[in-house]
Design a binder for this molecule. Sequence first.
Ligand code: DP6
Length: 401
Amino acid sequence: IELRIMDKHHIVTCTAPVNIAVIKYWGKRNEDLILPINSSLSVTLHQDQLKTTTTVATSKSFEQDQIWLNGKEEDITHPRLQACLREIQRLARKRRKDGSSGLDSAGLPHKVHICSVNNFPTAAGLASSAAGFACLVFSLARVYGVEGELSAIARQGSGSACRSMYGGFVQWIMGQKSDGKDSIAQQVAPETHWPELRILVLVASAERKPIGSTSGMQTSVETSCLLKHRADVVVPGRMEEMIQAVRNKDFPVFAELTMKDSNQFHATCLDTYPPIFYLNSVSQMVINLVHRYNSFYKETRAAYSFDAGPNAVIFTLAQHIPELVGVIQHFISFFPPESNGEEVSRSVCCLSEELKQGVGVEPLPKGIKYIISTQVGPGPCFVEDSTQHLLSSDGLPLKTA
Ligand code: DP6
């Protein structure tokens, strides 16, 4: 019987974060290479609350490439997956040929097994492709001993994934080249830069699955002249302003740009033909609530942002968290006892009658399943502890995976 013991260098586990765009990416100029029609900027969320973990192993004894996602075997021939695999393996071969690799590329001729899990429920409807592809590319690079600019590879898995290759505040520069070599992510500020910034993810009560971002943005590019105007005229200036707001830790400017950009993205969805609706009545409620909360204090204390689904993401500063959670809970949310929203709701502060009156909207209970309270976090991490691998020494998913 052949002993299937893998060298420790041929099994690697890494984690990668989710990111939320405050200047949105919507629309490609090249579908195959995933080149965007505008630059974008995001905040990397902390992995304590939201992350993907991926184990990659190579072994002479593996008969075929295989992938398992959240406990289920998936199709390894998926073109975007193949693009990431191919690009990393190409770099590994190049390094080996150049003799520049002091690192381990010995796994190259062997088949690869990949196992990936999220620490948040898929049903939460949180975009997991960004964290997933970032984690895949980061882990593959480690297993094959590849270093350097990896965001252009993660981009080929999912556009927004390139921004999950860094922590803190990250821009995806659209680039000019047709081969996409300059369409890369860059850190604008590290995760330690603005420690007071907080993010609440309001997980909307499950509804029909909305139209996916890949096909949604394709239709928008084909039909929306508002999208063209946005990409050509609006976003370039907004990117500059947003980078400045982040550098200055200017919450009111950051918040206003974030809300306006989310609104414009959803306006381009409505301008798409046939139109695409991602916001529902709960999302509209959140939008109203935030504006009324800000006007009550005559100060921008909170901002919302929505992606290709009804979940709201709220940005605020640490000092406002208890009250803001109280407002959300009073006007829209419903936490079933088993949800992790309980943790947040127990710490809710009492709202003044004046604030309740001041916000003055008709409560809409049961709109939110739970709230994830998080902050800005680091980029992908290598997991040292070998007991954390998701694949056994036979290269098969462990129970925890
Ligand atoms: C609304 O990165 O999921 O979240 O590149 O086709 O995989 P593909 O699309 P994806 O689009 C994300 C769109 C967005 C905005 C953003 O994250 O910038």
